[in-house]
Design a protein around this ligand. Structure first.
Ligand SMILES: Nc1ncnc2c1ncn2[C@@H]1O[C@H](COP(=O)(O)OP(=O)(O)OP(=O)(O)O)[C@@H](O)[C@H]1O
Ligand SMILES: Nc1ncnc2c1ncn2[C@@H]1O[C@H](COP(=O)(O)OP(=O)(O)OP(=O)(O)O)[C@@H](O)[C@H]1O
Length: 543
């Protein structure tokens, strides 16, 4: 159904090929998961299949891409709409209507679908993505995860024979992500739909994959997931655990890993007493540097944040978790003084950012939004740094120096002449963090920072946030990424329906949950281990 024959792609003449001589075949009714380090050409591969590269992106493509018998270089994306459904990394960018229901119906209308069929398909798609209750809502007022669910519902509704999904679950809560993957899996099995899908969080996608497509440095290696995991540079925790324990070929599901884990469980139980049988509960809360009291926010007629109280100690990393639409982003932006509050106060080092002019507020609280592009306005990284110097009133060159300081530990080289839109997710996050950190805030807030990051980048981000916390910053990360929380967080605050409903040490929260449990904890239950790193230290007797 999908055929790539010796495909090479170059965006700029001065830069190396993004894809090199790629051959790939995905059969009808197969689900292929595309994975690889960040910025190595995964979206470009999907863009070729969906016909976006080069028609929308520019660049030069050599070789042949044929989908359902149509060559995507001679057929423009519009000519492929009846065959291919595509959801990009920024779902909102593709929205053309105003409300959830209209958006889900739009693709069907364009294809001239008969009314009765259209109604049934729209209802099915709304049900599959749990969107029925949001059907009349305006798209502009949806949370990040809600928007992603609408974009997926819209392509599922069209009944395309080929789905091309670029990180379709990146903004979804763990339960929602499982539902979407199960729905896609059902379309593959029951209707013979062909799916090509990128996913950084292999811990949830690998079990559904017929084929794994590894993209590294523009080259592609495709095959059976478990076999490829032996050579892959990106590995979910369960595969890392397998390497540590010497299981070959590595299991790719928790169930298979549990079957082989008796010996490891036994060894860990007998580990020297100095080993951390229990993950450290995290430092006890120090006197609060940040106090939030009674924070309440209304959007339109709906109260979306109710009376939130929270103390955020300096020196710890707090993870903010909860379903899509629970109010996490609202709590962060209200804390930073960026949305109007109906009530409540925030005290950061004795001041409330909402009472201060923007230039002073960002010296107290820095918020890295879930889409760092919202923060970036210039046409090159270098200009962005100059603009940020002006906005924050710091000495000229300070943002550029901050970028040079943090880039090596996060995304590697920073390409100062690039447009921020052409950076990889990791590079864009690094730039946004440099802009925010240059102002020297006491409270650092990050909204879904791991979207688009590979495992290595996440681990570097985690180390960086922990070092910021160690130097006295209060750090809050809103995230759905359970493995990241296991690595980075001391405490977890859980939100539901606009309220803070629970708070506690990260280990307790993660180990007592069914949906927020890291893979290692699932494999080694009843022992209390959260990360491969902790298991490795115990096996080495480091304690
Ligand atoms: N339209 C474009 N113009 C110029 N360069 C681009 C364009 N799109 C992508 N690139 C560059 O091509 C390379 C591969 O990007 P691509 O988005 O395909 O990687 P990726 O593996 O999907 O990354 P991520 O995991 O961050 O989504 C990157 O270096 C990126 O900066
Ligand atoms: N401008 C707006 N107008 C109306 N409702 C809004 C607006 N912005 C957000 N909401 C609603 O407020 C609620 C909380 O949204 P918020 O973005 O804070 O959730 P979240 O927990 O960050 O979700 P996600 O995990 O999906 O990012 C959601 O129901 C959302 O639909």
């Amino acid at each position: 159904m999908i055929l790539l024959d010796q495909v090479s792609v170059r965006y700029r003449r001065s830069e190396p090929l993004v894809l090199r001589n790629v051959d790939l075949t995905v059969g009808e009714g197969e689900l292929a998961v595309v994975a690889g380090p960040t910025g190595t050409g995964k979206s470009t591969l999907l863009g070729c299949v969906a016909g976006l590269v080069p028609h929308f992106t520019g660049g030069v493509v050599h070789g042949r891409v044929v989908v359902g018998g149509r060559d995507t270089r001679t057929h423009r994306p519009g000519d492929l709409a009846d065959l291919i459904g595509y959801v990009g990394q920024d779902p909102a960018a593709g929205f053309v209507t105003d409300t959830v229901e209209d958006e889900v119906a739009y693709g069907l209308e364009c294809l001239g679908t008969a009314q009765p069929v259209m109604r049934r398909r729209v209802e099915d798609a709304l049900d599959l993505l749990s969107l029925a209750a949001l059907r009349s809502r305006r798209l502009r007022g949806l949370s990040g995860g809600e928007r992603q669910r609408v974009a997926i519902a819209a392509v599922l509704a069209t009944g395309s024979r080929v789905l091309v999904l670029d990180e379709p679950t990146s903004a979804l809560d763990p339960g929602g992500a499982e539902d979407v993957l199960a729905a896609v899996h059902r379309l593959v099995h029951d209707l013979g739909v062909t799916v090509l899908m990128t996913e950084h969080r292999l811990e949830r996608a690998l079990q559904f994959a017929d084929q794994l497509v590894l993209v590294e440095d523009g080259r592609v290696l495709a095959g059976e997931p478990s076999l490829l995991m032996e050579v892959s540079a990106v590995r979910p925790p369960v595969v890392e655990l397998a390497r540590l324990a010497g299981w070959s070929p590595p299991p790719v599901t928790v169930r298979d890993a549990r079957r082989r884990a008796d010996r490891l469980r036994h060894d860990l139980a007998a580990a020297p007493p100095s080993s951390p049988r229990e993950p450290a509960p995290g430092p006890p809360p120090a006197p609060g540097r940040v106090r939030i009291r009674g924070l309440t926010v209304r959007r339109g007629r709906r109260q979306v944040l109710h009376d939130a109280d929270l103390d955020i100690p300096a020196g710890v990393v707090v993870a903010l978790m909860g379903r899509n639409g629970a109010g996490k982003s609202t709590l962060l932006s209200a804390s930073a003084g960026l949305v109007a509050r109906e009530g409540g106060v925030v005290d950061v080092d004795g001041a409330d950012p909402a009472d201060l002019p923007a230039q002073q507020a960002i010296r107290l609280v820095g918020l890295v939004p879930d889409d760092p592009r919202l923060l970036l306005r210039a046409s090159s990284v270098a200009d962005e740094c100059v603009g940020a110097d002006d906005d924050t009133g710091v000495t000229p060159g300070a943002t550029r120096r901050m970028l040079a300081r943090i880039a090596p530990g996060l995304a590697g080289a920073h390409r100062v002449n690039h447009h921020p839109d052409d950076l990889s997710e990791g590079e864009r996050l690094t730039l946004a963090m440099a802009v925010i950190l240059t102002a020297g805030p006491s409270l650092l807030l990050l909204d879904e920072p791991t979207r688009g990051l590979d495992y290595a980048a996440k681990s570097r981000l985690s180390a960086m946030l922990r070092s910021f916390a160690a130097s006295g910053l209060a750090v809050v990360v809103a995230t759905h990424d359970v493995e990241f929380v296991a690595d980075v967080a001391d405490r977890v605050v859980t939100m539901a329906g606009g309220r803070i409903v629970a708070e506690g040490p990260a280990a307790d929260v993660l180990l007592s949950s069914y949906v927020h449990t890291p893979q290692v904890a699932k494999v080694l239950r009843p022992h209390r281990w959260l990360t491969v790193g902790a298991v490795a230290s115990a096996m080495k007797g480091e304690g």
